[in-house]
Design a binder for this molecule. Structure first.
Ligand SMILES: NC(=O)c1ccc[n+]([C@@H]2O[C@H](COP(=O)([O-])OP(=O)(O)OC[C@H]3O[C@@H](n4cnc5c(N)ncnc54)[C@H](O)[C@@H]3O)[C@@H](O)[C@H]2O)c1
Ligand SMILES: [Zn+2]
Length: 782
């Protein structure tokens, strides 16, 4: 093929691609490529046409503005066309632009009006005798769409001009845009309601303005700013663009507060940098800045090319969105065990840096976007925000792809990945063994309310785990003074602090001895502390305390099937299942064995509480397991069929089918039994229930406390005792101590400088105790 033939072929290809993109972008408001890609293709076509002028045709995308208006709206002719703008991407291109003006006008360092380039859509507003009469989109520049009714809902657009002495006819041109906060709020709501999310704020503005029903437009908070005038009749405009903007402001139009007047290339580039630094702090998206020769006489002299003026140019910021392809979807396990899916992608420049990874946030987001290996995606990176995949270009999906699914096990430690119903996040359940969670696990384990190992700061935990001294929390009890000294030496080296004096050596060995002593002291602990220290998801201090009070013994707790945890009031399904997952991991159990073997002693181990006796039968437990249709009424009937005493799930299903239970109960339970693990769980329950019953001390009900069944809330500062002490004392008398005031609160203890909780208590008429009353009560019941 000849060079010319090849160019013609490529030009045809580019035109068809660009025309398609134009239609999707301008008419459907549903772009199929990133703007940067569109700009690149348009440039390529521009250069081809420059090199081969015979290829230029009047309908080429390089010659045309926007797209023909949609027939859904009445057409509006623009007496003065609404044009596009030329683009500059580099400093050199800006210098070239400025030089062309200098040469043509024979002036040095001409003056420019400079403005941010908001990323929305251009509209023209027509005022007659000061009243808003018609508003139109840009369309193809010559003809736009009549969207007057929709524009009337945009609060920033004046329906009546302010002041007086306005032109008889005035066309104001500007950008309708969607502020970022409104965009975010809109998408959050759309997500919650299962609706379609907006791809970006520009899309949101265009889609909202081109709604057929103005009531829908009215619900979408759009804003507007003015940057030019069109037809003006019966009025002498000022001589410059900047003075015209000032007039527009007087008449009641929002005009960018960032607009300025500068001169020469230096002035232009300086403005570009200043706005660039502010870009991410602005409450709206901008994709660049616009430079306009300020005086109208000069503008007239410069004139136009086919689709844009020669006296203005848009200087674009590095694109925030790009398209690339996904090589694979991977998951990352965070310090707290949360699993985040992310995309590994072909390298691409976004927002000025090369990126190869983009977050996919969570499994729901992957499903919503339906990202698959090999997909072409749009990646967005705004400011310091982590790059994210915002959209899949489904049209470009290769054949034979499969939807992605979350792996069943942690890629780091192999423990099960679990997610609670209604939660977005999947987690690794290997809290004690997962290397990804190790540092966090050790820090929590050693913390004051857990094992309370004084002097083991975060910095040392980092080094201990990085150097491999501590693989799990149990390894803390293997450390020697020499290990610690070696570790400290390496930590100091790493941080660049190298104490070399003998004195420093002495200080260090004293420190190591103290720390070993603190570790040793922590061996003697309580069940509550120990349970809290394990760092089980959803199990904090108060759950640890409840578990300790009700079950009394770690050896019992670590073997319980999860539904039995729900026998404790205040422990719900989520917490109970989380405990179950944790104790199901052999690795976690191993660490508990190691801890006990290395001398950790739980000093307050005792019998389980007799209060457990209530409801400790298979029917009650079954009813509590959240199996659909197996209710409090149905569970005893299920147990009575004997189906659960059979040898295999199939036998159970047969027995159920033959029973006279309602069909929906039978179906629901059979389906549940079919799921892996559920049959085994039933067997465990059948063994654990009688064992637990046998361990309960006979008869002896726990002595009733004077505050049994009451809920207290502490607020403000007490002088005679700390809040923790007050809490412990109230709990010892049977009260539950809650963090916030509600109708269920029995009384509020208000210390010095009590705040909103006290107000709330007064509002709800909850009883209020001052410190004196609390002390008297404690005294009385000591
Ligand atoms: N992704 C796609 O498929 C696709 C398709 C077509 C177009 N596009 C994108 O659309 C843009 C091209 O559209 P365009 O022709 O509107 O050009 P443009 O957006 O680059 O520049 C012209 C427009 O800038 C706006 N503008 C904002 N602030 C302004 C100011 N202070 N003064 C003057 N104008 C201001 C106006 O709306 C004006 O019409 C490019 O960014 C291109 O990437 C994308
Ligand atoms: Zn893991």
């Amino acid at each position: 093929m000849t060079d010319a033939a090849q160019a013609a072929k490529r030009a045809a290809q580019l035109r068809s691609q660009l025309e398609d993109a134009n239609y999707r972008y301008h008419v459907l408001d549903d772009p199929s490529m990133a703007d940067a890609q569109y700009d690149r293709l348009l440039r390529e076509l521009d250069e081809l046409e420059a090199a081969h002028p015979e290829l230029v045709s009047p309908d080429s995308p390089t010659q045309r503005v926007g797209n023909a208006p949609s027939s859904a709206f009445a057409p509006v002719r623009h007496a003065i066309p609404m044009l596009s703008l030329g683009n500059a991407f580099t400093d050199e291109e800006v210098a070239d632009f400025e030089r062309r003006i200098e040469e043509r006008l024979d002036r040095s360092a001409p003056t420019f009006s400079v403005e941010p380039k908001l990323d929305g859509l251009a509209i023209s507003l027509r005022y007659e005798d000061g009243r808003f009469v018609q508003g139109a989109t840009r369309g193809d520049g010559a003809t736009g769409e009549d969207v007057t009714a929709n524009l009337r809902t945009v609060k920033a657009i004046p329906l009546q001009l302010r002041g007086q002495g306005w032109p008889q006819v005035l066309e104001v041109r500007g950008e309708v845009y969607m502020p970022l906060a409104a965009f975010k709020a809109y998408n959050e709501r759309a997500l919650a309601e299962g609706g379609k999310v907006l791809a970006n704020p520009r899309n949101g503005a265009a889609g909202s303005l081109r709604q057929l029903d103005p009531r829908i437009t009215a619900q979408r908070p759009l804003a507007f700013y003015a940057y030019a005038v069109g037809v003006v009749e019966g009025y002498e405009l000022p001589a410059t663009h900047s003075a015209t903007l000032a007039k527009l402001r007087d008449w009641g139009f929002p005009v960018s507060g960032e607009s300025q007047v500068v001169s020469g290339t230096e002035g232009l580039l300086g403005y570009y940098r200043r706005i660039g630094e502010k870009r991410h702090a602005l409450p709206f998206d901008i994709d660049g800045v616009v430079y306009k020769l300020d005086d109208y006489a000069g503008q007239r002299e410069m004139g136009f090319v086919s689709r844009a003026p020669r006296w203005a140019i848009a200087h674009k910021f590095p694109a925030q969105e790009q398209s690339t392809t996904v090589e694979s979807v991977e998951v990352n396990v965070g310090r707290t065990g949360a699993v985040t899916p992310w995309a590994l992608m072909a390298p691409v420049q976004v927002g000025g840096v090369v990126v190869t990874r983009a977050t996919l946030h969570n499994a729901d987001q992957v499903a919503r976007l339906d990202v698959r290996n090999g997909d072409t995606v749009i990646v967005r990176r705004a400011g310091d925000v982590i790059p994210e995949v915002v959209r899949v270009v489904v049209e470009q999906r290769p054949p034979g792809t499969q939807p992605w699914s979350m792996p069943s096990h942690c890629p780091v430690c192999g423990s099960e990945l679990v997610r609670e119903e209604g939660e977005a996040v999947w987690r690794c359940s290997g809290e004690l063994i997962c290397p990804a969670q190790r540092k966090e696990a050790v820090i929590h384990f050693a913390s004051r309310r857990a094992m309370d190992i004084e002097g083991l700061g975060e910095r040392y935990v980092e080094v201990l785990s990085d150097l491999g001294y501590v693989q799990s929390v149990a390894d803390l009890y293997k450390l020697s003074v020499d290990d610690l000294l070696e570790m400290k030496r390496r930590a100091d080296e790493r941080d660049g602090t190298t104490p070399e004096t003998v004195k420093a050596g002495k200080v260090a060995s004293k420190w190591a001895e103290n720390l070993i002593e603190a570790i040793d002291r922590s061996r003697a602990t309580t069940l509550e502390r120990f349970l809290n220290a394990l760092g089980i998801e959803h199990v904090g201090e108060s759950t640890a305390k409840a578990l300790a009070a009700w079950f009394g013994d770690i050896q019992l707790i670590r073997r319980l099937p999860w539904p039995l945890f729900k026998r404790v009031p205040d422990i719900g399904g989520e917490v109970a299942r989380s405990l179950g997952h944790f104790f199901d991991q052999a690795g976690n159990q191993q660490v508990i064995d190691d801890l006990l073997e290395r001398g950790v002693r739980i000093e307050d181990s005792r019998e389980p509480s007799p209060k457990l006796r209530e409801g400790l039968d298979l029917a009650t437990v079954l009813a509590d397991m959240e199996i659909a249709k197996v209710t409090k009424v149905r569970a005893p009937q299920v147990v009575a069929t004997g189906a659960l005493d059979t040898a295999k799930p199939a036998d159970a299903a047969a027995t159920l089918a033959a029973s006279d239970l309602p069909k929906d109960v039978i179906d629901s339970l059979s389906a549940w039994l079919d799921e892996p693990g559920h049959w085994a769980l039933l067997q465990q329950l059948r063994t654990a229930l009688p064992e637990l019953l046998a361990r309960l001390p006979a008869g002896a009900e726990a002595a009733a406390g004077p505050l049994d069944g009451q809920t207290a809330v502490l607020t403000g500062t007490l002088s005679a005792l700390s809040r923790d002490e007050a809490k412990a004392k109230l709990e010892a008398l049977g009260a539950k101590v809650a963090g916030s005031v509600s109708k269920k609160t029995s009384f509020v203890v208000a210390g010095e400088a009590a705040g909103s909780k006290l107000d709330k208590a007064q509002e709800l008429g909850v009883e209020i105790w001052d410190e004196a009353r609390l002390l008297a009560f404690l005294e009385q019941h000591a």
